[in-house]
Design a protein around this ligand. Sequence first.
Ligand code: SAM
Length: 272
Amino acid sequence: MEPLPLTPPVFSILSALVEERTGLHHGLDKRDLLAERASSRALERGLDSLLDYYYLLRYDDPDGGELQQLVEALVVQETFLFRELDQLEVAADLLAERARAAGGARAWSAACATGEEPLSLAMLLAARGALDRVELVATDVSERALARAREGRYGPRALRAAPPRALDPWVERAGDRLVVRRELIERVRWGRLNLLDAEGRRALGRFDVILCRNVLIYFADATARGVVQGLVDRLAPDGALFVGVSESLLRLRLPLECVERGGVFYYRGARP
Ligand SMILES: C[S@@+](CC[C@H](N)C(=O)[O-])C[C@H]1O[C@@H](n2cnc3c(N)ncnc32)[C@H](O)[C@@H]1O
């Protein structure tokens, strides 16, 4: 399919609308990607101009259904089981300690994509005998990703970093594919949440561990700052926020403390 023309003014208003609603930042380097994905949605809706598509999104999409379709086409859902394993081990240790001390703990995977991240954490908690005492919440903006997460069927790409000992009790293998046991999938409370939705974030309550890994890279700094502050506000006292290993929050100049444990870094709200 040949993308529809995306003139500079339409690129500017369309990318601003997507960013305002979802945080996803499309600079000039992502212009062709936006043109391609928006074109396929516009054509699907019987429109032959991206300006008309912009008007549809802005003024004729009362329930946000079309915006959601566009988001589904734009988001990157790259993830795999036990990604950045050292971080997950530390997160599991913190949760197990908190659960032992307080009788329970809560964790939130805030951009869980197709589910590999929270399911890996669940397996690591089970290996520590702490799964029963930790409530796991997993959210993403993509309905399509969540539908796949709830199925728990993965191919070889999801398995590239999987340590067999943690994995084996929880999966059935069929050739190079695997199916996660329903019991584990049902331990996680899955839901759709846009990270920009302050009300939705608050409704989830407070957490001892929040994972928000490999998503802030798609946001401009101003958006990331608002989201990170919103997440820190959801941390229980002494709670820990993990971002991807290649993402540093120091440039955001927020009142955060960076904590090191076993070579892994995480953040918590600065103490007064
Ligand atoms: C690259 S994946 C990261 C998955 C996992 N956290 C990991 O590190 O492997 C990024 C995820 O962020 C989600 N995402 C993007 N914008 C979002 C938003 N505004 N609110 C919630 N999730 C969002 C995408 O749908 C995608 O599933």
